[in-house]
Design a binder for this molecule. Structure first.
Ligand code: SAM
Length: 253
């Protein structure tokens, strides 16, 4: 391997380590209950998810029948080791395709569905992952925060519907702000009390209070759901407490 590739690998590994936050099932359930009518006969893709540990995989595989899904595809980045956290320590990654169980009411196990190997590292931008993305109707995941701009750009380029988690700082990114202004993307319902708690293997990176030793969770205060699927909160009437007269509109200087 030449020096440039070595440096790139090192950089990718450092970046990927910072992106290891795992979404809790309760948070996925709390948000996705507002979109259940969108999923009938749809192909769902979770493209930053190791099916052996991802709660997005668990959510959609357990609810495959009630949601009326057509297919569930999950792909993971690099890791091939079955342990609680993806450590991005193998160059090749795996994926899984599930089209429903023959046993009515049965809950599928990853081993029964069967894991397949990807040729590459499972990067969502790779050609083979894009081929899987093309099959999808709706993408649902918590993607790497550090690649959020690129991640959203790809979803828009391939005209995918999505429900994804991202930092609220992303609203101020010029590419994301433009999409919000054009009503191509909007916020979902959000996390309880605006606080999101994730599992992370990088516990040493966080101060006490941010990382809770007892629960094993790290707290984020500025994280939300971004989507381009319609939901009823978007249509709630804004109750204004007084009328604004033209002459009272503050001037922007
Ligand atoms: C914030 S974590 C969320 C993991 C999982 N989606 C969840 O919600 O529990 C983002 C995940 O994206 C993976 N990842 C990092 N870079 C990636 C890339 N280029 N392509 C695909 N996945 C990537 C990381 O390994 C990490 O597991």
């Amino acid at each position: 391997m030449d020096k440039t590739s070595q440096n790139k690998n090192l950089h990718d590994a450092k970046r990927a380590k910072k992106d290891e936050f795992y979404t809790q099932l309760a948070d996925i359930e709390a948000e996705l209950k507002h979109y259940t009518h969108h999923f009938k006969d749809k192909v769902v893709h979770c493209n930053c998810d190791d099916p052996r540990v991802s709660n997005f995989f668990h959510y959609f595989s357990y609810r495959f029948e009630p949601l009326g899904l057509k297919k569930l595809i999950t792909t993971c980045y690099k890791n091939q080791n079955l342990d609680l956290f993806s450590q991005n320590d193998a160059e090749k990654a795996i994926y899984l395709e599930y089209s429903g169980t023959e046993r009515e009411g049965g809950v599928p196990k990853v081993a029964d569905i069967g894991i397949k190997r990807l040729k590459g590292d499972g990067d969502f931008r790779s050609a083979e992952c894009i081929d899987l993305l093309k099959q999808a109707d709706i993408v649902v995941t918590n993607p790497p925060f550090s690649l959020f701009r690129e991640y959203v750009a790809q979803l828009i380029a391939y005209q995918k519907k999505f429900i994804i988690i991202g930092s609220l700082n992303a609203i101020t990114y010029k590419e994301i702000f433009k999409l919000i202004k054009e009503s191509k993307i909007w916020m979902g319902y959000g996390f309880n009390g605006g606080n999101a708690y994730f599992k992370t293997p990088n516990v040493r990176d966080f101060a006490e209070g941010v990382y809770n030793k007892e629960t094993g969770l790290v707290k984020f205060r500025n994280v939300g759901w971004f989507t381009n699927l319609d939901h009823s909160k978007r249509h709630e009437k804004l109750i204004l407490y007084k009328k604004l007269h033209a002459r009272r509109i503050p001037k922007i200087r």
